[in-house]
Design a protein around this ligand. Sequence first.
Ligand code: NAD
Length: 259
Amino acid sequence: AQWLKDRVAVVTGAGSGIGKAAAIRLAEHGARVCLVDLTERRAGDVKRDIEAAGGEAIVVDTDVSDPARVQAAIEQTVRTWGKLDIVFANAGINGIVTPIEDMSPEEWDHTLTTNLKGTFLAVKFAIPHMKEKGGSIVITSSINGNRKFSGFGMSAYSTSKAGQMAFGKMAALELARYKIRVNIICPGAIKTNINENTQQTPELDKIKIPVNYPEGSQPLEHHAGSPEQVADLVLFLASDYSSHITGTEVFIDGAESLL
Ligand code: NAD
């Protein structure tokens, strides 16, 4: 059965990784999906995959930190399909990985602006279109900044991810009166391309902080999770099967954060 028949969704960061898998999963369950990603990383392939499977999607190139473009993407979605039911605020970057004393204020701002302000903007501009009939918002945070603090050099990233958790809870409280649910997902290591764009500075390499467990050794499966496993969680939180769940976080990490 299709869990999201006739629903309309916006997914940010839909061109890759978790966003891509979630967009495909939502579409499989009947949602029409607006795929938002940066110009460089068009979500065109994802649109083709969705359409090949009989679904409907549009692509909107948008930098999630640009208020006018985020608003325009949401309005284009509503113009196309007449409404908005689901927002998956997922776009994010690791940013530069470096000790705090070497982190430039510009690099700090870039990570915070993309991850945290980008989430705020997607939620803010969705509200006018969801407040009459309710809906579901899912935010991709992380175990980092919430339950795990071992990402050495990732102070900006972890701060942005902690901020998304706080923001998601405040949004759930404020938006409950509109029957808009807001939940936060906290993945552990997931096999995506996120590390390709991550720059580690030489200063970080010099410090050589020992890692207390080998990378990928998640107790449950002994390897990183897949984007599809995260997509199943997004589907559940987007659907009516989670109708009494709001303002909560779900860790999806194979117990990585308990080590
Ligand atoms: P990814 O790099 O595979 O995909 C992220 C997508 O977001 C990319 O297509 C990228 O182009 C897009 N994006 C980046 N900046 C953008 C911007 N300013 N505007 C619009 N789109 C933008 O990474 P992923 O692993 O799928 O990450 C998705 C989310 O999951 C992020 O918020 C990340 O912090 C979070 N996360 C990932 C992991 C992991 O291990 N991969 C773990 C915990 C949390």
